[in-house]
Design a protein around this ligand. Structure first.
Ligand SMILES: C[S@@+](CC[C@H](N)C(=O)[O-])C[C@H]1O[C@@H](n2cnc3c(N)ncnc32)[C@H](O)[C@@H]1O
Length: 242
């Protein structure tokens, strides 16, 4: 697995704050009331733990297994879990990529936000099969997409602008089709002070595009799409149900 996230990890919380504000409420609605007695809730690619907090709040009785392969992102995840007594009691943080994650025998649900496109189709198919073998009938795999269901040219746009202290942070992102279902996204963080750029951190990552119907076919599960919450558009979420 390529660690795409360490280069820009210092900025990730800025993205995650906005992301969780929009994706958190629909995720809460999907999870609330779920039976969590079958096993832990697995979060794949838990990042810095913002979504982990949403899962924990929606399912106050659940044990949570939060897997994150990037050491830099995992450091923030562990820090977030360690400073909250409730998370500390219920969340186990592990290193591991979706492709080779050591899984418990039973799971109650799975949350995979902003991650699935880092896997190729055969890797996703293998993952859905391993998860299905551990989930009870009716249990969900909640997948957050990235708003691109097929490769296309996306010109660089400033997606976020935030101020911390005396500095302003801008996040620029654009993408190009590469091969088959894949796109390469290029992102640049610009740090500005007194209107001047004082630092730039650029990186890129590959993303295999898909839509929810395609995931359902790969997994042999039923699916539903969630594209808005409270009347507002949100990054698309798919719920696969075994
Ligand atoms: C866009 S971030 C999303 C983080 C978190 N889920 C959230 O929504 O805030 C993607 C995360 O997936 C992780 N990741 C990348 N490739 C992965 C893989 N093959 N398996 C599991 N996690 C992966 C990255 O290290 C990163 O933390």
């Amino acid at each position: 697995m390529i660690d795409y996230y360490s280069t820009s990890a210092e900025f990730y919380e800025l993205v995650a704050t906005r992301h969780t504000a929009s994706s958190g409420p629909p995720l809460t609605r999907v999870l609330t009331g779920l039976d969590v007695t079958h096993g832990p809730v697995l979060e794949i690619g838990a990042g810095t733990g913002r979504v982990t907090e949403v899962v924990a709040a929606a399912l106050p009785e659940a044990e949570i297994l939060a897997a994150e392969p990037s050491a830099t992102m995992r450091a923030m995840l562990t820090s977030r879990v360690a400073r909250d007594p409730d998370l500390r009691r219920r969340v186990t943080v592990v290193d591991g990529a979706a492709q080779d994650l050591v899984l418990p025998e039973r799971l109650s649900a799975v949350v995979i936000f902003g991650v699935a496109g880092h896997l190729t189709v055969p890797e996703r198919v293998a993952l859905w099969k391993r998860l299905a073998d551990r989930l009870p009938d009716g249990a969900p795999i909640v997948v957050e997409l990235m708003g691109v269901s097929s490769p296309r040219h996306i010109p660089p746009v400033m997606s976020l602008r935030e101020t911390i202290g005396r500095q302003t942070y801008e996040w620029w992102i654009g993408g190009e089709p590469t091969e088959g279902d894949a796109m390469r996204f290029t992102t640049t963080w610009k740090v500005l002070r007194d209107g001047r750029t004082v630092r730039e951190v650029a990186d890129s990552y590959d993303w295999h595009t898909f839509d929810v119907a395609r995931l359902a076919r790969e997994a042999g599960m039923t699916s539903r799409r969630i594209t808005e919450a409270g009347g507002r558009p949100i990054p698309e979420i798919g719920v696969l149900v075994k």
